[in-house]
Design a protein around this ligand. Structure first.
Ligand code: NDP
Length: 456
């Protein structure tokens, strides 16, 4: 059966009917399908082969029980997932998220975004995503290890270096990847590049921890380059305080910009004097080792102001600060329509998304309308998975590239992604629209690969 929907909304309604209670997934599908609809008009063979009907349907969804015992001997049960979305251009690739908000719809949105993003990276990677509703916050190292071991005791049978190669995401950093890899190796009796984000001593790549944040900043620099500008001297709002945030801030400092905000789920800090290298080192230790809260930044540095989250507000005051650039790097839908309007009002004209889908569709509409330099997550944050791809290459070759070599490749890939999104937007008559450019460029490669491989 060919794609029969006549309009985007007719198609999205059919996806909604089939996937009830998955608003984030529908949001992600809606955005991509809206962008690629003009391509379907030009390429009837995609319609005939039901390409879009097939790409919104995961190739495989795995859901499983994850039982584990806490330090007091109490038994807990979490739910584990792996969405193997599309492997037309390579093995499934995408992170694992451990956060209490994790559910099927959120992981399907992330997996779907990942498919298009991975295609854009120029590397041969399909798309997937997984995780659990487990909350690592407040758990001991031992409890996190027990959980990871139980999680991998089921996941191991579904993944492999040529099948599906998970990585980190929210709540899954170097510590968790270590425990997951250890258990995989034990069960399989095999040392392979089955996960990325590994430690340097056991197959990891230099620059992988830095890659997503660095990449989002490189992407911003590329966008500014189209207006003959640089990041030098720019005041930047950065949200979150985890992996992506920390390295976005580091690269901003390298390029002469000034980050002034960070946040976590409890509140945010504003440091008008700038978050410099020493202050960033404090945040890295606070978040990565002590696993503390961002509030402690303001206790340590008296010039900074901490504001706790106020759930009665219909906007996020972090986005209501005068600045030039914004790097949303915490989580999905963290910029609503009012936040987007506030950003514009405050002079922000560069938004480069470190997080996945951090801006709601109305907010994206505002950015596009105002013609600011807006880099959507699937282009701007693709540096992380691209460097995971480089880690896979190094594992296959059984050698390690230098820091400079990996960073150079990362910069080259971010340039290529920017070029593809920029030029595709122009080709389809939407100059400067990186959303359409990224979606169309990513989609065409997958669609053509699916056509080549027949109806599967
Ligand atoms: P981390 O777990 O290292 O950090 C996440 C940060 O965001 C923490 O400060 C966390 O605060 C905050 N946060 C998470 N959820 C919420 C929420 N619901 N409300 C408010 N704050 C929240 O994750 P990463 O830095 O790895 O990931 C951040 C974003 O970047 C995610 O959208 C992820 O999908 C995306 N991304 C990550 C990549 C990677 O390589 N790591 C690659 C591409 C995209 P708290 O500690 O209080 O929860």
């Amino acid at each position: 059966m060919a794609t029969t929907a006549k309009t985007v909304s007719e198609f999205v309604d059919s996806v909604k009917a089939k996937n009830p209670a998955q608003p984030e997934f529908i949001q992600a599908v809606d955005e991509v399908v809206e962008s690629i609809w003009p391509v379907l008009e030009k390429r009837p063979e995609y319609r005939k082969a039901s390409i879009i009907d097939r790409i919104v349907e995961p190739e495989r969804v795995i859901m499983f029980r994850v039982p584990w015992v806490d330090d007091s001997g109490d038994v807990h049960v979490n739910r584990g997932f792996r969405i193997e979305m599309n492997s037309a251009i390579g093995p499934y690739k995408g992170g694992l998220r451990f956060h209490p908000s994790v559910n099927l719809g959120i992981l399907k949105f992330l997996a779907f975004e990942q498919v298009v993003k991975n295609s854009l990276t120029t590397l041969p990677m399909g798309g997937g995503k997984g995780g659990s509703d487990f909350d690592p916050k407040g758990k001991s190292d031992n409890e996190v290890m027990k959980f990871c071991q139980s999680f991998m005791t089921e996941l191991f049978r579904h993944i492999g270096p040529n099948t599906d190669v998970p990585a980190g995401d929210i709540g899954v950093g170097g510590r968790e990847i270590g425990y997951l890899f250890g258990q995989y190796r034990r069960i399989r009796n095999e040392f392979t590049g089955v996960l990325t984000g590994k430690g340097l001593n056991w197959g990891g790549s230099l620059i992988r921890p830095e890659a997503t944040g660095y990449g989002a900043v490189y992407f911003a620099a590329e966008m500014l380059g189209t207006r003959n500008e640089t990041l030098e001297g720019k005041k930047c709002l950065v949200s979150g305080s985890g992996n992506v945030t920390q390295y976005a801030a580091e690269k901003l400092l390298d390029l002469g910009a000034m980050p002034v905000t960070f946040s976590d789920s409890s509140g945010w800090i504003l440091d008008e004097s700038g978050i410099d290298r020493d202050k960033l080192a404090f945040v890295m230790e606070l978040k990565n080792l002590k696993r503390g809260r961002i509030k402690e930044y303001a206790d340590k540095f008296p010039g900074a102001v901490y504001t706790p989250v106020d759930s009665s507000l219909d906007y996020n005051p972090l986005w209501d600060v005068k600045a030039d650039c914004a790097f949303p790097s915490a989580t999905q839908n963290e910029i609503n329509a009012k936040d987007a309007a506030n950003l514009i009002k405050n002079g922000v004209y560069v938004v480069s998304e470190g997080a996945n889908m951090p801006t709601v569709p109305e907010g994206v509409g505002i950015f596009l309308d105002k013609k600011i330099l807006y880099g959507p997550g699937k282009a701007a944050n693709a540096g992380g998975v691209a460097t995971s791809g480089l880690e896979m290459s190094q594992n296959s070759l059984r050698l390690s590239w230098t820091r400079e070599e990996v960073d150079q490749r990362l910069q080259g890939i971010m340039k290529a992604i920017h070029k593809a999104a920029f030029e595709t937007a122009e080709e389809f008559g939407m100059p400067g629209n990186y959303v359409a450019g990224a979606n169309i460029a990513g989609f065409i490669k997958i669609a053509d690969s699916m056509l080549d491989q027949g109806v599967i």
